[in-house]
Design a protein. Sequence first.
Length: 261
Amino acid sequence: MLLKDKVALVTGSTSGIGLAIARALAAEGARVMLNGFGDQAEIAAIQDELAQLSGDCAGYSDADLSKPDAIDEMVANCTNELGSPSILVNNAGIQHVAPVDEFPPEKWDAIIAVNLSAVFHTTRLCLPSMRQRGWGRIINTASAHSLVASPNKAPYVAAKHGVAGFTKAVALEASRDGVTANCISPGYVWTTLVENQIPDTMKARGLTREQVMNDVLLAAQPTKRFVEPVEVASLALYLCRPEAGSITGANLSMDGGWTAQ
Ligand code: NAD
């Protein structure tokens, strides 16, 4: 197995893209530390599933990534329970949709904290042990919104552009240490994050559910289909392979052609 004896910390992995990435890494033998919110029984079942997939154990942290102290604790717990992570997937993300002049300031703070600042905190805490080991993979789930904007998503767009820039800087700093840092930038992926923004977009733009899906979400995605979480997961897994060692500082689009336009 490709990732036997490797520890992977995957933030925001109790659902959606993060869960698909956790499964893909566990299937290659990684000991995965899950993180995110959700029903405790469901999360315990996911832990069991990952342990079965990897033939090893899986951990879970309920750290709220908007809180730097909780991030410290999560990385310490991961190190104590499973070992220091040599794969860090910064995937947790939140969204809120509103015009910039009506955007609640506390929502701006939350989006920047979870989608951007948490990426800094996990990276600064995990990078030293990756360097010591001479091998590491930092994979950040950015977004097509790290490259282009959409109306009513100013904080999300700002945070994701920030993640893309941060990733480049980390890639350069770690370039001689066997550590790569990359972003994956999906277009619209069918997950709860997308489903949850439909009502707000309906309200903000005065549209029906079908209009939001076809005329707003998939309007910019030439393939006219949502990206599947497993597609993102297989790219994340590829970035962990030895032959991906020269891919660093990249922002890899998986957006059905959205940002080619
Ligand atoms: P999701 O809502 O299914 O998953 C989000 C995960 O983050 C969950 O596990 C949730 O519990 C966790 N989370 C949320 N707030 C948290 C916090 N404060 N602390 C810790 N964990 C927290 O969403 P998803 O679509 O799978 O999104 C995953 C990532 O992919 C996000 O960074 C998102 O911005 C990005 N992304 C999603 C899409 C899409 O279309 N779904 C497109 C591009 C990028």
